[in-house]
Design a protein around this ligand. Structure first.
Ligand SMILES: NC(=O)c1ccc[n+]([C@@H]2O[C@H](COP(=O)([O-])OP(=O)(O)OC[C@H]3O[C@@H](n4cnc5c(N)ncnc54)[C@H](OP(=O)(O)O)[C@@H]3O)[C@@H](O)[C@H]2O)c1
Length: 280
């Protein structure tokens, strides 16, 4: 397990990787800063095409909130900072309307430097009120994916998709978002929205952050529609493990290019860096 420390200078490097102007491997960094580059570098890279990854924060007993719906601090302060860093590394953040209604998140980047991503809510039946914080006009793009004909306030983009058996096709959602020129995506929750993308094989990477608390009851993290009967059929991703503050992050590569993203960006095969790359 690697212990992660995100100092200002390593975070600066990670944001420079995101802008395509730096590699993940060169430079003098401490072991804990290197661990930060190992954790965030693959998510910051843009050379392998737009990636889709999900993150969920849960307790030791696998809960993402209490039975009464309190989900604010399942992750400790470092876990929250981690979530804001993930937002800063993507072009768009996707949530289900359940999370938008329960948690009223803003989905902005406040606990680290970086740009606010586009905010996308999957709301097939048009339940999200127009004054929800996630739709507030602060310069970031706002998109609602819905199947009903419900007008939205000026500036909010609507992606219309049909329901099939009560469900929007997750692949069509991804394609629709990409057609809006929103590339890399963080699926931030809740569990059912993440599971929809996971079961349809659409996630490149999944991060499960486990915090040391026991809630005892409440919504479970990931529950699939078609669970396996035999452990030998379980999904067993290539997993790296990181310690951030009190939390343990299981970083799972689900697609081959997610594993490829963990290899150094600058391979130095011929001793030269890529065009225009900053290597300190
Ligand atoms: N700890 C964490 O990391 C974390 C993160 C986020 C949320 N949470 C917690 O998770 C809970 C909410 O999670 P949740 O799983 O119940 O809800 P959710 O995933 O936020 O939203 C689910 C709803 O979104 C819509 N939806 C999403 N994908 C769809 C698809 N492919 N087709 C059709 N509809 C789709 C449906 O809306 P309709 O019902 O209108 O059809 C569905 O019921 C809350 O307690 C929240 O606090 C925890």
């Amino acid at each position: 397990m690697q212990i992660v420390e995100v100092t200002p200078r390593v975070w600066d490097r990670i944001l420079t990787v995101r802008s395509g102007r730096a590699c993940t491997c060169c430079g003098r960094f401490s072991d804990t800063e290197r661990a930060a580059l190992d954790l965030y570098g693959p998510l910051a890279r843009r050379d392998l095409g737009p990636m889709t990854f999900a993150q969920i924060g849960q307790s030791l007993d696998g809960r993402v909130a209490t039975a009464s719906g309190d989900a604010r601090d399942v992750s400790g302060p470092e876990g929250l900072a981690h979530l804001h860093r993930l937002r800063a590394l993507v072009d768009g953040v996707v949530i289900g309307v359940g999370t938008a209604l329960h948690d009223t998140p803003r989905l902005t980047v406040r606990l680290c430097s970086g740009h606010n991503p586009a905010r996308i809510v999957i709301d097939p039946r048009g339940r999200l009120p127009d004054d929800a914080p996630v739709l507030r006009d602060d310069g970031a793009r706002r998109v609602v994916v819905q199947s009903v004909r419900r007008p939205r306030p000026d500036g909010v983009e609507v992606l219309h998709l049909p329901l099939t058996d009560g469900r929007l096709d997750p692949a069509a959602i991804l394609q629709g978002i990409r057609n809006l020129d929103i590339g890399s995506l963080l699926i931030e929750g809740g569990g059912s929205t993440i599971t929809n993308f996971l079961e349809d094989g659409l996630l490149d990477r999944l991060q499960v952050s486990v915090s040391p608390l026991i809630i005892g009851n409440g919504p479970q993290g990931l529950t699939t529609r078609s669970p396996v009967d035999r452990l030998s059929d379980a999904i067993r991703p290539d997993t790296r493990v990181f310690n951030i503050g009190g939390d343990i992050v299981f970083d799972c590569a689900l697609a081959p290019r997610a594993a490829a993203a963990c290899r150094p960006l600058h391979t130095a095969q011929d001793g030269r860096e890529r065009n225009g790359m900053l290597i300190a």
